[in-house]
Design a protein around this ligand. Sequence first.
Ligand SMILES: *[C@@H]1O[C@H](CO)[C@@H](O)[C@H](O)[C@H]1NC(C)=O
Ligand SMILES: *[C@@H]1O[C@H](CO)[C@@H](O)[C@H](O)[C@H]1NC(C)=O
Ligand SMILES: *[C@@H]1O[C@H](CO)[C@@H](O)[C@H](O)[C@H]1NC(C)=O
Ligand SMILES: *[C@@H]1O[C@H](CO)[C@@H](O)[C@H](O)[C@H]1NC(C)=O
Ligand SMILES: *[C@@H]1O[C@H](CO)[C@@H](O)[C@H](O)[C@H]1NC(C)=O
Ligand SMILES: *[C@@H]1O[C@H](CO)[C@@H](O)[C@H](O)[C@H]1NC(C)=O
Ligand SMILES: [Cu+2]
Length: 831
Amino acid sequence: MTISRNITAGILSSSIFLAAVGLLWLPARGNPGQLDVCPANRAGFKAPKRNVWAGISEHEANDVYDFLVKEWADLNVTRTPRTAYENFIFTVEALSPNKSDVLPFLWEDSKEPERWAKVVLSRNTEEKPQLIYHAVGPLPVSEATQVVPLTHPFSSGRNYVTNLMADFVGSLDFSLALAENVSDITTELLDAKVNRKNPYDPNSLQVFPRFTRQEPGLLIAWIQFFRPGMGSSGRTLLPQGIYVRVDATSANVSDWVVGDWFYNGVMYANVDEFRRAMRSPDFLKTPPNVDGPWTDTEDFDAKPDGRQLPPPVSIQPYGPRYKLDKAEGYMSWFGFEFYLTSTQATGVSLFDVRFKGERVMYELSLQEALAHYAGDDPMAGGQEFLDTFFGMGTNAFELLPGYDCPGYADYLNTKLHRGGKTETLPNNICVFEFTSDHLLSRHTAQYSVTASRNTYLTVRSVSTVGNYDYTIDYIFYLDGAIEVKVRASGYIYGAFYANNPNKNEDEYGHRIHDALSSSMHDHVISFKADLDIAGSANDLVRLALEPTVISYPWDQPYVKERNTMHLKEYPVTEEAGLEWPKNSGEFYIVYSSDQKNAWGEKKGYRVVSGTGMGNTPHLSILNSTTLGNSARWAEKDIWVVRQKDIEPRGADPLNYLEPLEPLIDFTTIANSESLAHGDTDSEYDGDLVIYFNVGSHHIPHSGDIPNTLMHTSSSSVMFVPHNFADRDPSRESVQGVRLQLKGKKSGGFAGWDPEGDEPNEELRSRGKDKNGGKYEMHEGANYFGTPYAEDVQLPLAALEPDLPKEYRSEEIRVSDLGLNGSAAGVWMRNP
Ligand SMILES: *[C@@H]1O[C@H](CO)[C@@H](O)[C@H](O)[C@H]1NC(C)=O
Ligand SMILES: *[C@@H]1O[C@H](CO)[C@@H](O)[C@H](O)[C@H]1NC(C)=O
Ligand SMILES: *[C@@H]1O[C@H](CO)[C@@H](O)[C@H](O)[C@H]1NC(C)=O
Ligand SMILES: *[C@@H]1O[C@H](CO)[C@@H](O)[C@H](O)[C@H]1NC(C)=O
Ligand SMILES: *[C@@H]1O[C@H](CO)[C@@H](O)[C@H](O)[C@H]1NC(C)=O
Ligand SMILES: *[C@@H]1O[C@H](CO)[C@@H](O)[C@H](O)[C@H]1NC(C)=O
Ligand SMILES: [Cu+2]
C-alpha cells in the first residue's frame, strides 16, 4: 500500500485517501476504535468567519496601484521605478483592522470591519527622500475610497521617515570607486582589490556601509571592506580590517565626502596620511582575513561510523488530525482554533486564538528582531540591526520539506506586493503535528502502567535576514499551552580580529580564526501577545513564593517557629516592564477579571520563560547610543500595557532609519498608565497586552564556525494554562495506552474491579463518557485514541522528499543588510 502526498495541496486528495482508509481499517481487537479519518469533513472545512487580517490579494493590490497612480498624479508616481529619483509606491499590504471593530464582528455578529491597505510611498523628488505611510480604503476601491496619511499607529504623530538610502546603487558605486581608488593599499594590506567583473573572485573586495544619524543634520557612514565569500555566502565571516568614514548627509551621492581611515587600531585623518604611515618602517601590519574551506557549511567527505545509515524520521501515514482552511488561513486542532496571516515586516502572526471555545489571545505576533553588537572597531562598535526593516516576512523563503518541516507537513504561501509587482513566496509557512520523543504524562501503578503521548501542533516559518536564519515556531500543546520559540542559525556577523599587541577584540568576543573575532551581540526578539483570557478584561499578577517564618498551633509545643514558604500575590497595577524573577521565584499570571473555574479560582494563563538555552534575555546595553529610542522594548523581559487601537504595534520597521526620532517610541506605550479597571477607572476596560522577548546573549565561539547551531541559540516563552479549566483538558484529546500488568489484579481504574466477579457498578459508572458510552477495561493494552495496528508501507517521498522536484524557488532574493532590498525602498531591479 502506498499513500501519496502532495505537498502543495497538503491534505491528501479524497480518492487516494479513501483507498488508504480501505486498506488501513483497523481490526477491532477488543477495542472498538476505528480509524477516524473523515476526508470529506476536512476538505469541506471552512473558517467560521472571514479572516479580516488576511493579506492583500494581487487583484486588490493592482486596484490600489491604479487608484494611487491617479490620486497622486501630481507626484508623477510610478508603479515600477526606473531610477532612484522617482516617486513610487514601495509596498502595498493590508492594514490590520482595529480590534474595536473586529471584536463586535467576531462576537456580536456585527458587520465585517472595513478593509484598508497600508502603503509606503517612496518620495524621492524632494531634497530629502522620504518613506511615507498612507492608508487606502475602504476596499474594494470605489467612490468612497480615499487615501489618507496613516498616523494613528505612530506615537511620533508623523507618518514618514527620511530615507537614508534612496540611492542604493549610487552608494554602492561610490563605495566601490572609493575602494578602487585605494587598490594599492588594499593589495598591500589585504592582498585583495575590487573586481567588478567577477564577484566570485575570492581575492576581490566588497564594501558595506553602516549608517548612523549622528544628529539631524549629519549622517555618517562607516564603510568596511569584506571578502565576498560567494561560494557559501559566508561574507559576514570575512570582514577586512580597513574602515573609512564618509559624510553621507547629502541625498545626492555625488556630494558625499570621504573622511578618516581606521586600520589596526589607528585612525588616519585622510587617505594620504594612511599611505604615508604605510610606507614608514615602523608601520604595524596585521594578517588579513582570508576565505577557505573553513567557511564551508558542509563536509561531504567525512565518513564517521554511522553516517552511512539514514537517521530516524517522523511519519504520518494516516494524514493529519488538524483541519486547515488554506484559503482563509484558519486552523482547528484538538480544541485550538485560530486565524493566521503574514505581513512583510513581521512574518506570521496569529489571531483570535481560542481553546475549547474560550478566548485565549486576540493576537500573537512578532514585532521586531534586534541584533545589537559591540566591538572595538567602527563597524562592530556601533552595529545593530532591526530586522523587520529588511522584512521578516519579505525574507521568509521556501521551506525545505523533510528538513525544515517533517516530510508530511502542509505548506502555505505568502504574497508580497512591492515595487509595483506581486511576488509569491511559495511554501514558506508549514504546519504539522509532531509527536515528541517524551511523553506528556505517565504513571506506573501497582497493576498498570499508563502513558500519554505528547503530540503538538507547530506553525513554522524561517526568516533569513542576510546572514542569519530565524526559525520561528508557534506551538500548541494538548493541555492548552502555547509556546513561541525562535532558533537562530546561519553565519555570525564576525568582526575583524586585529592581531596586534593590544588585542582589544578580546574584550568583545573570542578569536575564532586567523583574523576573525566572534563579536559578541545580543539577539532580542519582541513579540506581542494580546491576551484575552476568557474575555478581554484581564489582570496581571505576580504570584510570589516567599520564604517565611510561621508559628503553627499544631507545631506546639515542640516547634516554636517553622522556617517555611508561602504564596503572596502582587497585582501589577500600572503599565510596566518586568524582568524574569530571580530563582523563578514568581509566577506571572494573567487572570480573567471575572471568569472563574469550578473551584472559584480565576481562570488564568501563566507567562513563563520556556524551553531553550537559559532564560530569555533582554538587551545588556543600557541606553544604547545607536538605538536611541527606537527599541526601548528590548530593555526588559516582559511588558504589560493597555490595549489601544492607536498602539497596535510596539515597533515599526522604519524605526531603523530614524532611531533618535522613531515613528514608534515604546516608552510612550509603556508609560505607567493605570491598569485598574472596573469601578475605579471607567475609561479603561481591563484589556491588556503583553510584550515579551525571546533571543540570546550570543557570544559565538569556535563552534559557531561555520554556522550557529540551533540548539545553542533557541529560546522560548510559553503561555501555560493556570486554573484555566477545572482539570487537565488534555485528557480528552491525548493519545496513549494503559497497560494492565500481567496477573489477576488489574485494579485502580474507575470501572475495573480487580477482586469481584462483577465490576463495581459505582466505579464503573465513572468510566462512562458523557454520551453514555461505556468503555470497558480489559486485560492487556487499553488504548485511548486509535493506535497503529497494522504494518504501514510508505513511499520513499514520505521519508526523503524528492527535493529537486518539490522545491519551487529558482533563485532566492537575499537581503545583504546593505539596505538593498530593505524597507529603504530602492529601485530594486530593472523593470
Ligand atoms: C511631474 O512631471 C511633470 C512633467 O514632466 C513635471 O513638470 C513635474 O515637475 C513633475 N512633478 C514632480 C513632483 O516630480
Ligand atoms: C482605527 O482606530 C484609529 C484610532 O481610533 C482611527 O484613527 C482609525 O481611523 C481607525 N481605523 C479604521 C479603519 O477605522
Ligand atoms: C576616486 O578617485 C577619483 C579620481 O581621483 C575621484 O574623482 C573620485 O572622487 C574618487 N572617488 C572616491 C569615492 O573617493
Ligand atoms: C548630484 O550632484 C551632481 C554634482 O553635484 C549633479 O551633477 C547631479 O545632477 C546631482 N544629481 C541629482 C539627481 O540631483
Ligand atoms: C539611561 O537613561 C535613563 C533615562 O534617561 C537614565 O535614568 C539612566 O541613568 C541611563 N542609564 C545609563 C546607564 O546611561
Ligand atoms: C539589489 O537587490 C536586487 C534584488 O532584490 C538585485 O536584483 C539587485 O541586483 C541588487 N542591486 C545591487 C546593486 O546589488
Ligand atoms: Cu548571533
